[in-house]
Design a binder for this molecule. Structure first.
Ligand code: AMP
Length: 211
């Protein structure tokens, strides 16, 4: 694995351990000679991991849309900072450059980017591993929610299991290395559910009459 793409908050978060984890992940990548691909930002956990890898002499590729770069949030000292025209181009380029994805704690941007990468693995657009670095139990509620979605039959358990989780960067990197993509076709599963449902139509309640 040459490079890993890390999604993380453009804010530092409420707990010092988030910043600590961003540094530790950066150091672990350099130790294993794995390059970092990330959003090229200078703020929050993004800035922490970008600087950590750069300071240790590792490879860092930042990919940032022009409008964000113009807002002066890019880590301009990066030797390889790629300016693109849109968020879509950014995500496509990050996915192309990396062999796996890790999310650190973050907000909407982080969550959206991570789940796009997972969805592409689910659909077979790529077969790349995706992991959550669950520092300070940050992702516990999200993991519980995913289990609920499985229970409610919107995610197949094999697809839920693709999402690797660990609180230690080293162990998460080991899990990423050993990842085997599931051989389960999402579209075929949805079709089989649809066929089954047409044989056993769900009982529907009569529409409620408005007063
Ligand atoms: P968030 O988790 O909402 O803070 O968003 C962080 C993610 O969205 C990062 O992985 C970036 O790809 C993107 N992003 C959001 N805000 C910024 C910013 N100020 N600078 C660079 N990238 C950002």
């Amino acid at each position: 694995m040459k490079r890993i793409c890390v999604f993380c908050g453009s804010s530092p978060g409420a707990k010092p351990e988030y910043v600590q984890a961003a540094k530790q992940l950066g150091n672990a990548l350099v130790d294993k000679n794995i390059g970092l691909v990330y959003g090229g930002g200078s703020l929050g956990l993004m800035g922490v991991i970008g600087n950590a890898v750069l300071e240790q002499g590792g490879e860092v590729i930042g990919v940032i849309p022009r409008d964000l770069a113009e807002k002066k949030v890019a880590l301009t000292k990066l030797p390889d900072l790629r300016i693109v025209d849109s968020m879509h181009q950014r995500k496509a380029m990050m996915a192309e450059l990396a062999g796996a994805f890790i999310a650190l704690p973050g907000g909407l941007g982080t969550i959206e980017e991570f789940f796009e990468a997972v969805t592409w693995t689910q659909l077979g657009v790529h077969k790349k591993p995706c992991g959550l670095l669950n520092v300070g139990q940050f992702f516990d509620k999200l993991i519980d929610f995913l289990d609920y979605v499985v229970e409610q039959q919107f995610i197949k358990v094999e697809h839920r299991s693709m999402i690797l989780v660990d609180k230690s960067p080293e162990t998460l990197l080991k899990k990423i290395k050993g990842f085997q993509p599931p051989n389960v076709d999402k579209a075929a599963w949805a079709l089989s559910l649809a066929n089954n449902e047409s044989k056993h139509p769900m009982q529907t309640k009569p529409p409620r009459t408005l007063p």
